[in-house]
Write a protein that binds this ligand. Structure first.
Ligand code: SF4
Length: 64
């Protein structure tokens, strides 16, 4: 899985970092950034939760 976020529309609510801390962190500008863009199969549930719960709907997960 390839994870991307549209940073310019991120609201900085930090839901993604709470749900999938191995993949997202909050950057100094108050928006989320990706730590690891290749999602492992074992983390699919957390990643899908982050995508679904993101209030700005800016997380994209492509199944490759
Ligand atoms: S959950 Fe969405 S809006 Fe909130 S910090 Fe993460 S990417 Fe940004």
């Amino acid at each position: 899985m390839k994870i991307t976020i549209d940073r310019k529309n991120c609201l900085g609510e930090a839901v993604c970092t709470a749900v999938a801390p191995g993949y997202f962190r909050m950057a100094d500008d108050g928006k989320a950034e990706i730590i690891r863009e290749n999602g492992e199969e074992k983390d699919v549930r957390d990643l899908m939760d982050a995508k679904t719960l993101c209030p700005a709907a800016v997380i994209k997960i492509d199944h490759m």
